[in-house]
Design a protein around this ligand. Structure first.
Ligand code: CP
Ligand code: NVA
Length: 307
């Protein structure tokens, strides 16, 4: 029977905290949780959820994943705990890790997440930061694998803001050797340090392309992916970004230039008629709700390897 493996890294703060083999093992476990009712119950473990930003999918999929693993979650809402009053992360982390077996944290700065991980005696999972969204990327690549069975010859094109989601796609692309193209307006490219890291990992450096032209980026692409133009915490940039991102909407014109069997992904939540048209969002090419469902299976698999 397929079993969880112990990951070499204690924490999952970045997509690069798994190796190529560990990533594929998590996807295989996730597939078995989804299709075969794989039954693994690591003994009434407790996951603490600290969310400094809103969430529907990540929060609920973690809650359900823990429940399916025979454990439970505690919602450590920062506004009703001492976290919101400014108790230092190093104190919060030392206390909460004496109660919980693992912590999933959604916050702004990656350095704050790293501070939690430094002081927590238990594993810490990145539930989204401004820099990365590695749990999302697990579900994304699971969805791509379901569609194309393997990653060979898959071209994944992300159109929009070079944000946390784009950063994680780049890192996972490098880890798995998948061709990733990012098309974003000038000045909105993904994090340059992470791009450099990805180039260090890619055996074939031509597999990562950053461009400002969505029309050429989509040519021959098998997966078109987008996300909101203004992420949480960037609400004050919304008006300006809507002007700058004109031409970066995934619409029928852009889709017609991609491979004719191309699928559409979006991590959600979406703003229709901004980064994606309603027609494309609801089209038969969309795998957006399979992708959202896969958050649950991928995180159940990740937790089973971490607990
Ligand atoms: N995609 C995603 O992380 O959604 P939530 O913000 O609802 O968790
Ligand atoms: N880039 C988005 C993703 C939301 C799941 C954000 O950070 O708000």
């Amino acid at each position: 029977m397929l079993k969880p493996i112990k990951l070499a890294s204690k924490n999952f703060l970045s997509s690069l905290d798994t190796s190529h083999e560990e990533f594929l093992h998590i996807l295989e476990l996730a597939k078995n949780f989804k299709n075969k009712g794989l039954n693994i119950k690591p003994n009434k473990k407790v996951l603490g959820l600290i969310f400094d930003k809103s969430s529907t999918r990540t929060r609920v999929s973690f809650q359900v994943a823990m429940s399916r693993l025979g454990g439970t979650t505690v919602d450590l809402n920062p506004t009703t705990s001492q976290i919101g009053r400014g108790e230092p992360i190093r104190d919060t982390a030392r206390v909460l890790s004496r109660y919980c077996d693992v912590l999933a944290i959604r916050t702004f700065k990656q350095t704050d997440l790293e501070e939690y991980a430094k002081w927590s005696s238990k594993p810490v999972i990145n539930a989204l930061t401004d820099l990365e969204h590695p749990c999302q990327a697990l579900a994304d690549f699971m969805t791509i694998k379901e569609e194309f069975l393997d990653f060979k010859d898959v071209v994944l094109t992300f159109i929009g803001d070079g944000n946390n989601v784009a950063n994680s796609l780049i890192l996972c692309g490098a880890l798995l050797g998948v061709e990733v193209r990012i098309a974003c307006p000038k000045g909105y490219e993904p994090n340059s340090l992470l791009i450099d890291k990805a180039y260090e990992i890619y055996k074939n450096k031509n597999l990562l392309k950053i461009t400002n032209d969505p029309n050429t980026a989509v040519l021959g692409s098998n997966v078109l992916y987008t996300d909101v133009w203004s992420s949480m915490g960037e609400e004050n940039q919304k008006d300006e970004k809507e002007k700058v991102f004109n031409g970066f909407t995934i619409d029928s014109d852009l889709v017609s230039k991609a491979d004719k069997e191309a699928i559409i992904l979006h991590c959600l939540p979406a703003y229709r008629s901004k980064e994606i048209t309603d027609e494309i969002f609801e089209s038969h090419k969309s795998r957006i709700f399979d992708q959202a469902e896969n958050r649950l299976h991928a995180q159940q698999a990740l937790l089973s390897c971490i607990l």
